[in-house]
Design a protein around this ligand. Structure first.
Ligand code: CP
Length: 313
């Protein structure tokens, strides 16, 4: 595998889940694979889980890590070709990506959506800029439209906690005071669709429809109670409007996840989460919450993706 930039780079979900679970039992099993290899991690946005879990995954594989908070420590990058660079941008992606490729064997990039221009965000200017101009494999650590490492960790968590072959999984929108990107929701929708044994549906208020090219024919409910009935897993996430791009159309507290709404289902969230806005304390602090298992599985999701990339070098 050359890159891990979308969940479509997973060739066999079953094989990847089995491998992740094997690595969880014996994290250093392939510690020779990454020896004398360097993983560069460029962060254009903040992170807790992605930064630490990806480093840990690399350490398990024997890799060295080099990390840079690019937005505060790097030169401002120009992504357009043919520009006269006489303003604020000091370095072009063409040089930057090739320079990083001199020092690293694999490169992780985190660059969120701006939520200003749908066209620019969907073009994945930063991720695709590095993918195009770097000469090394790229690992998507959350881009404008996708978070494939999170989605893989979520799928592993569902499989580990499911007592049914065909669990009912619901992605529910929840309120949030700020406009958030669609990346986590998009990748979760995509990975759920890849697993046809999962009975998957989405619920959100009107106006929060995700990109229809991603949601395709996934059942959609505007009535959250109806959607959550008999759910086994409720994946909760806020996102801003896709059609009214980047706008917050509702902060309706009735969409917050409560113990009553959750019923017998397990609660999932990628974190960070705003307590008593997105979900009430009673859910997050209960045994129904899988958020720490999800966070733990981020290490093994990243380790599987890196292992596949290393094997392809
Ligand atoms: N879930 C997730 O990606 O967390 P961070 O933003 O802290 O990396």
């Amino acid at each position: 595998m050359k890159h891990y930039v979308t969940v479509n780079d997973i060739d066999s979900a079953k094989e990847w889940i089995d491998l992740a679970r094997e690595l969880k039992q014996d994290p250093f099993k392939f510690k020779e694979l990454g020896e004398r290899k360097t993983l560069g991690l460029l962060f254009f946005n903040n992170s807790l889980r992605t930064r630490l879990s990806t480093q840990k995954a690399a350490l398990h594989l024997g890799m060295h890590c080099m990390i840079m908070n690019f937005s505060s420590e790097g030169w401002a990058l120009e992504f357009e070709d043919g520009t006269i660079m006489d303003k604020g941008k000091a370095e072009h992606i063409r040089e930057a990506a090739q320079v990083v490729s001199q020092y690293c064997d694999v490169l992780g990039v985190r660059a969120f959506a701006s939520l200003g221009s749908k066209e620019n965000d969907e073009a994945e200017i930063v991720l695709n800029g590095f993918k195009k101009h770097a000469t090394i494999p790229i690992l998507n650590m959350e881009s404008a439209t996708g978070h494939p490492l999170q989605a893989l960790a979520d799928l592993i968590t569902i499989r580990e906690n499911s007592t049914k072959k065909n669990p009912k999984v619901v992605l529910s929108w929840a309120p949030h005071p700020k406009a958030l990107p669609h990346a986590v929701a998009n990748s979760f929708v995509e990975i759920m669709q890849q697993n046809s044994a999962i009975d998957f549906s989405i619920t959100h208020p009107e106006g929060y429809e995700l990109n229809p090219l991603i949601t395709k024919d996934v059942p959609l409910y505007y009535d959250q109670d109806e959607a959550l009935r008999d759910a086994d897993f409720v994946y909760v996430k806020n996102w801003s409007s896709y059609n009214s791009y980047g706008k917050v159309l509702s902060t309706d507290a009735n969409w917050m996840i409560t113990e009553k709404k959750l019923g017998h289902a397990k609660f999932m969230h990628c974190l960070p989460v705003r307590r008593n806005v997105v979900v009430e304390d009673a859910v997050l602090d209960s045994s129904r919450s899988l958020v720490m298992e999800q966070a733990n599985n981020r290490t093994y999701a990243a380790q599987v993706a890196l292992l596949k990339i290393l094997k392809g070098l």
